[in-house]
Design a protein around this ligand. Structure first.
Ligand code: PRP
Length: 526
């Protein structure tokens, strides 16, 4: 028997009986919704030429080569093939075109339990520019059962444009805003000069919620492109409210994903009980012109598997207290101290025994103690709403969560260290680096344009240069005593580290009324 004969590839699965039925049911109800609104189905091939996807980053695509050596991809998204269709077989048809699809998409690099194959259903409205098209698509998206969150990419693009930033600085700013990384955003903007746009960008990640967001944003935004985008978004929001969909829609001016692709409204959709976004979409008026078709377009895709999981009862929405994951070990004591300063009842935390879930009576909080990397995993999957974890772990593992506060404790630094008195950079030979943090080490040396061999070590990394396994280490240095006592010294600092408060994006949106006051309370006690 061959090795992989009895398993499915990573990130894929078989759907049996009830699971298959739940998926088909969600597909049927979405199909009915799309057809009721006059949309017609298209099915595109699972295999496409890479050229079709030139507007998307290649990272994460399943790529292969055909028998003639041409670069192919397993369909990573359905919008590009639809743009291709509009430029070919559908050319000459009257606009607007109303198309929908229901087919799997593939991503290669979503590790840690995330699916590589996702069934996606979506709708594209081609040739209907402006508010009218946005309203049509968004009201249909609201009917999928997702809670929607809308923003306008023009707000960020106008503000960042007025600051005259180069592409790299603009992208860094965008990522920081997208991650609601308040402390990093503040540092970044401090270094970009004092201008009205910077003051608004500083506030942007906090501008989310209901109608009140518009009043605050109108006060803050300078006139020009950003204001126009906001006015458009407000008209859209009011239009949705008039259609009785106001309850299902909130606003977030920090929705800045794929800022070079979207041109107008951007939106995401969440399902209670599913810790990641289940729907995403927006207006992308520049895409069809790249295929030679002069038409505006707006659309969205829904993760059918997410909706099916919930409807199948596999991950039914829970009504539970807010759950916060704390890192065991070094950060634990300081976190309990912080909780005590906040006036929380820490009795269970101080006498935890072997219990894994602890209550904070009277605070509506449940505490989970976990290893650092697992804190990130629990937050990413929505099993916990908030987490306290070191920046070292965040830099190593990354992930999709909001990093909302620098808690100031657990301060130390990443450093490159080697034997005292030796010149690490001398000679031509490739260096070997031992580390518990291979991603951090790789990024550091890549930044220097230096090829190194990285060896992953699980603990007491300082040993590696002493027994000639490595020329240097990249590790955490707190007091410096471990280095000193082992005849090692810092060669270069890599990055500062401290404890951070992270939040699951869906929790922040769906439980804003509980989470925001908690973040404020934490910040007041720092
Ligand atoms: C960390 C780090 C260093 C040491 C640095 O290890 O990996 O070894 O602390 O602290 P210092 O500068 O105050 O001496 P940790 O104690 O977490 O144990 P481990 O190496 O076994 O994971």
């Amino acid at each position: 028997m061959r090795k992989n004969q009895r398993i499915t590839p990573e990130g894929t699965k078989d759907y049996l009986f009830g699971e298959a039925a739940a998926r088909r049911q969600v597909e049927a109800s979405l199909r009915a919704l799309f057809e009721r609104r006059g949309y017609s189905e298209v099915i595109t091939p699972g295999l496409e030429f890479l050229d079709v996807y030139s507007a998307l980053p290649e990272e994460g695509m399943y790529r292969l080569t055909d028998s003639r050596g041409r670069q192919m991809v397993l369909r990573p998204d359905s919008t590009m093939p639809i743009a291709r269709l509009c430029a070919t077989r559908l050319q000459g048809r009257g606009l607007p075109l109303r198309l929908y699809y229901n087919q799997p998409v593939y991503t290669a690099n979503s590790g840690n339990g995330k699916p590589h194959e996702v069934m996606q259903a979506g709708a594209e409205l081609i040739g209907c520019p402006g508010l009218e098209g946005d309203l049509e698509i968004l009201s249909m998206a609201a009917e999928t059962g997702c809670r929607l969150e809308i923003g306008h990419i023009g707000v960020f693009n106008a503000l960042a444009g007025a600051m005259g930033l180069d592409a790299a600085a603009r992208e860094e700013l965008r990522l920081t805003i997208e991650g609601k990384n308040y402390p990093a955003l503040s540092d970044l903007l401090d270094g970009m000069g004092d201008c009205p746009e910077a003051a608004v960008l500083r506030r942007l990640p906090r501008l989310f919620g209901g109608r009140e967001v518009f009043a605050e944003a109108e006060r803050l935004l300078p006139s020009g492109g950003a204001r126009e985008s906001l006015a458009h978004l407000r008209a859209l929001y009011e239009g949705l409210c008039q259609r009785g969909l106001g309850e299902a829609v909130t606003v977030d001016l920090a929705l800045v994903n794929r800022a070079d692709y979207y041109t107008g409204v951007v939106f995401k959709g969440y399902l209670e009980g599913y810790g990641q976004e289940a729907l995403s979409g927006g207006r992308y008026d520049n895409l069809l012109p790249q295929f030679g078709v002069d038409a505006a377009a707006v659309g969205f895709g829904v993760n059918v598997d997410a909706a099916a999981r919930l409807s199948g009862g596999e991950a039914a929405p829970e009504s539970r207290p807010l759950r916060i994951a704390l890192t065991k070990g070094r950060l634990e004591k300081r976190t309990v101290e912080l909780f005590r300063r906040m006036g929380l009842d820490c009795a269970q935390l101080e006498n935890k025994g072997r219990r894994l879930i602890l209550e904070v009576p009277g605070a509506g909080l449940e505490v989970v103690l976990a290893k650092a990397a697992d804190v990130i995993t629990y937050i990413e999957h929505g099993a916990c709403d908030l987490g306290i974890v070191g920046k070292d772990t965040i830099l190593e593992y990354g992930g999709s969560f909001f990093e909302v506060a620098d808690l100031g404790f657990g301060r130390c630094r990443f450093a490159l260290a080697g034997k005292a008195g030796t010149d690490f950079y001398a000679g031509y030979a490739e260096k070997t680096i031992a580390t518990k943090y291979p991603a951090v080490a790789r990024r550091f040396f890549r930044g220097k344009g230096m090829d190194v061999r990285i060896v992953k070590i699980e603990g007491s990394v300082e040993l590696a240069p002493l027994i000639s396994l490595a020329d240097g280490i990249v590790d955490i240095v707190e007091t410096g005593s471990t280095l000193r006592e082992n005849g090692l010294e810092i060669i270069e600092e890599v990055a500062p580290v401290s404890a951070r408060l992270i939040v699951n994006p869906v929790s922040l949106k769906l439980r804003k009324q509980e989470i925001e006051p908690l973040i404020d309370r934490i910040e007041r006690c720092l």
